[in-house]
Ligand binder design. Sequence first.
Ligand code: FAD
Length: 469
Amino acid sequence: MVVGDFPIETDTLVIGAGPGGYVAAIRAAQLGQKVTVVEKATLGGVCLNVGCIPSKALISAGHRYEHAKHSEQFGIKAENVTVDFSKVQEFKQGVVKKLTGGVAGLLKGNKVDVVYGEAYFVDSETVKVMDEKSSQTYKFKNVIIATGSRPVEIPTFKFSKRVIDSTGALNLPEIPKKLVVIGGGVIGIELGSAYANFGTEVTFIEAADDILVGFEKQMTSIVTRNLKKKGAEIFTKASAKSVEESETGVKVTFEINGEEKVVEADYLLVSVGRRPNTDELGLEQVGVEMTERGIIKIDKQCRTNVPNIYAIGDIVEGPQLAHKASYEGKIAAEAIAGEKAEIDYLGIPAVVFSEPELATVGYTEASAKAEGIEVVAAKFPFAANGRALSLNDTDGFLKLVTRKEDGLVIGAQIAGPSASDMISELSLAIEAGMTAEDIAMTIHAHPTLGEITMEAAEVAIGSPIHIVK
Ligand SMILES: Cc1cc2nc3c(=O)[nH]c(=O)nc-3n(C[C@H](O)[C@H](O)[C@H](O)COP(=O)(O)OP(=O)(O)OC[C@H]3O[C@@H](n4cnc5c(N)ncnc54)[C@H](O)[C@@H]3O)c2cc1C
C-alpha cells in the first residue's frame, strides 16, 4: 500500500461503467448497498461512447441522406443533396454527450460514488485504483467486474492512421471514397453499410462462407442483395493477406479461390472480433477462473469461482451485446442482495442495424431441430403488410418458431424495416411463456408493422387472413 493510502470501504465495488457496470451499480444502490463504481475512461463504456450509440447515429444520418436522394417513388425529387460530414460527426457526438451526461446524473441520483482510474486487484477484497498521479485502495464486500472488451488486433494489420478499428471508423474526418472492411460480422456490416449509404465504395472481405454468421441465410441474402445494389463488393471464403499503407491510402491483398487479388482504398477497417479486458486486472492474484481466451467463468448468478467476485458483460460467455451486459448487471446486483435472480438467455434478442434490419430471439428452426424440438415455423412477408407498403419498404419477412406440441413461442427471426423494434414483442412472448394463439388473439393496431407478428402467429395456428393458406 502507498504510504498514506488509507483504504476506502464500500459494500459493492463495480469495475467499469459500461452498460453492464453502470446498470449493476444503480441496481445495487437501489437494493440498499453502498456502491462505488470505478471507470478508467468515460461513463457509458464502449456502448455509449464508441459502440451502439454513435454507430446508430451514423447509420441514421446515412439513411437520411439515402432517402433524401432517392424518394422519387413518393413524387419527391431532390437535387444537389449534399453531406456536411463534420455536422454528422457533431450530431453523433451530441447524442453521445447527452447520454453519458445522463448516466452521470443517474449514478449521482442513486448515490453511487464514481471514481476515475484503473482498478487492479490486490486480493479478493481489495483493489487499487490508479490514475496518472495517485493511487487509492478500496476494500469491498463484493465486486462486480464489468471491464468490457476491445477490438482484436491482427499482427499483419496493425492499427494505424489508415488501418482502423471500429472507433477509428466512427471518427473519420471525411467520407472515404473507398473503404475495405475485413470481417463481415455485425460491426463490420453496420459500419460498412453506413458508409455505403454516404456513397463510399465498400469492399467486404470475409473468411466464412457468408456474412453475419449466426443469422439465417434467408436473412443475410437480403442484406447482401441490398449492399450490392449500393455498389458494395462482398468476397466470402476470402482471406486477407497483407496491407501496404501510404500517406493517402491502403492496398489490401487477399486470396479467394486460390487467387490473389488487390484492392485499393482510403481506409481499411479491421473488424474481426473483440477480446475481453481481463488481462490487465491482476485476476491471477485472486484465482478467478478463466477460459484460454480470457473469458471469465460464471454461474447462473454471474458469480465466479471466488464467491464475492462477480463478472458480467463482454468478459463472460455469450453474445457481446449491451442489453445482455445490463441484464447480467441486474442479476449480479440482485444475487449480491441475496435475491434468487438467475440468468436465462433464451429471451435475449440480437439485432443487426443493416438494410434491412435483422433481429433474432430464442431458437431458430435449425437450432430447435438440432435439440430435437419439433417446431412449426410460420412465416409472413413484409410485402403483404399495408404499413410496409405505405413506407415503400417491403423487403423481408418475420418467422415465428413455435413448439409443435403446444404452440409455445420459442423463437423468432425478422428481416425487415424496424425489425430492431419489433423483436421486443417476441422477447416478451418468450419471457411470458405465450403461445402463437396468444399473439394471434392480441389486437394489433392497424396499419402497423406490428401486425406482421400477429399475422405470422395466425399462420402458425393455421388461420392466416392476409395470405392464402
Ligand atoms: C461499433 C460497435 C457497435 C456496437 N453496437 C451494438 C448494438 O447496436 N447493440 C448492442 O447490444 N451492442 C453493440 N455493441 C456491443 C456493446 O457495445 C458491448 O456489448 C457493450 O458495451 C458491453 O458492455 P460492458 O459493460 O460489458 O463493457 P464496456 O461497454 O466495454 O464497458 C467497460 C468499461 O470498463 C472500463 N474499464 C476497463 N478496464 C478497467 C479497469 N481496469 N478499471 C476501471 N475501468 C475499466 C472501460 O473503460 C469501459 O468504460 C457494439 C460495439 C461496437 C464496438
